[in-house]
Design a protein around this ligand. Structure first.
Ligand SMILES: Cc1ncc(COP(=O)(O)O)c(C=O)c1O
Length: 452
């Protein structure tokens, strides 16, 4: 059979509150055109993020009941640790409450004034944590990543020649860690090849540098490697995942993505001295090393989620359903970042609304339009998220339709396609926006806008 079905049945449902266009008009105005300010029950299809929004399985909910809430030495921690160890080969395994807590601890230890952190592409919280430490965050995308229509199979790859040039320019002693984000979220959920990870490792070894993964979507990345990378099709996802982690000295992970949990994160470290210091920092700000800011039940859900995400029938369904959305949008002439990524489809807002310049935020205008028309909440990834004083203009103006794991069915996705196609047909009516108030850091979460 060619049809790939959802490899699960639905046992519990959450009603969606239907809304009218007039109601949504009032809501978006009250939210001052920032979709983060909307009440979630005023949203029909919530594609703001795939983070912490997945549906947990029966076994994960069973784990929630089994959770042992002992302050120290909980067997729930042991199950979490054993799962992470078997999957990644790491011994230094610290739970944190989410990805950015792992990032904060890492850059508190490794960051600092005058230092430089390269990455294929930093995501917003990673960049903010690097910069908060005083270091400079540098993105080293391959040139193909700048062209939304280039169908490079590993568009998330790091430009390794550019990494060499950066090391020559600033000196290895000013680079505390080289990071690589798998898959590359701000670059379109695009995968990184094993060959690229091996090449980064080789450069790091030659210069005595640490190499860390931002591994939020490691399983989706591995699923792309299997069919696309020569010599990988016969390997299991588990083996590919293991090789990805074997290449790294450490990893920050938000378990809210491929861990399919509502809250949780991980910091993996090989260096015993760094592990020791990170454990102290964890105890100071997150919690004791066997719970790290989480409840025992959360550790159970994470252990089970990290197991389920490696199931290949799940990954086949997951990646195919994202591609389905992308292909149908392209069929309606909606410009998207190609090829479709692992957790989201990114609409090319600059091509969608060519009459709205970057300083009037075409991505935000598109996201506002989509909400007004159909109650769909998407996320701008462009000049609102990455622009502002002291920041270089982002390479693309994107709107991300992030698909929560195991939550929406094909008819929800068909509704999204219909809405995007209708918005595209009436795109000349979209209006640019101006920011009237925004904080210095991570401004997209709380900026307030007016229509131009
Ligand atoms: C690539 C990447 N790194 C880090 C994070 C931060 O994770 P969290 O939201 O759990 O703090 C995210 C979250 O979206 C992400 O996509």
């Amino acid at each position: 059979m060619d049809t790939i079905i959802e490899p699960f049945r639905i046992k519990v449902v959450e009603p969606i509150r239907m809304s009218t266009r007039d109601e949504r008009e009032a809501c978006i105005r009250e939210a001052q055109f920032n979709l983060f300010h909307l009440h979630a029950d005023d949203v029909l299809i919530d594609l703001l993020t795939d983070s912490g929004t997945g549906a947990m399985s029966g076994e994960q909910w069973a784990g929630i009941m089994r959770g042992d809430e002992s302050y120290a030495g909980s067997p729930s921690y042991d199950r979490f640790r054993d799962q992470m160890r078997a999957m990644t080969g790491f011994d230094g395994i610290l739970p944190t409450h989410q990805g950015r807590a792992s990032e904060r601890i890492l850059f508190e230890l490794l960051g600092g004034d005058g230092l430089v952190v390269p990455n294929n592409a930093h995501f917003d919280t990673t960049r903010a944590n690097v910069e908060h430490s005083g270091a400079r965050a540098v993105d080293l995308r391959i040139p193909e990543a700048a062209d939304p229509t280039d169908r490079h199979p590993f568009k998330g790859n790091m430009d390794v020649a550019a990494l060499e040039r950066l090391i020559d320019e600033v000196g290895a002693d000013r680079i505390p860690v080289v990071m690589c984000t798998v898959t590359n979220n701000s670059g379109g959920g695009q995968p990184v090849s094993l060959a690229n990870l091996r090449a980064i490792r080789e450069v790091c070894d030659r210069h005595g540098l640490r190499f860390f993964l931002d591994a939020c979507r490691f399983a989706e990345n591995a699923w792309f490697i299997k069919p696309r990378e020569p010599g990988q099709s016969e390997r299991s996802v588990r083996e590919i995942v293991r090789e990805m982690f074997d290449l790294a000295d450490g990893a920050t992970i938000s378990a809210k993505k491929d861990g399919i949990v509502h809250i949780g994160g991980v910091l993996l470290l090989r260096d015993p001295e760094l592990l020791h210091r990170a454990s102290d920092a964890l105890i100071l700000t997150e919690g004791y090393v066997t719970y790290g800011g989480l409840a025992g039940r959360d550790l159970e859900a994470m252990a089970q989620g990290f197991e389920e995400v490696l199931h290949e029938d799940y990954l086949a369904y997951r990646i195919r359903s994202i591609a389905y959305l992308g292909e149908r949008l392209l069929g309606h002439g909606v410009p998207i970042l190609e090829p479709p990524g692992g957790h989201a489809i990114y609409i090319d807002a600059a091509a969608f609304c060519p009459r709205i310049p970057a300083e009037k935020f075409p991505g935000q205008a598109l996201a506002v339009g989509l909400y007004r028309l159909a109650g769909i909440r998407a996320c701008e990834i462009g000049s609102v998220m990455f622009g502002g004083e002291g920041h270089a203009a982002p390479p693309m103006e994107l709107v991300r339709l992030a698909i929560p794991r195991r939550v929406y069915t094909q008819s929800h996705i068909d509704y999204v396609v219909e809405a995007c196609a209708e918005l595209h047909a009436t795109r000349s009516e979209l209006r640019g926006l101006r920011i009237v108030e925004a904080p210095q850091v991570l401004r997209h979460f709380s900026a307030r806008f007016v229509e131009d």
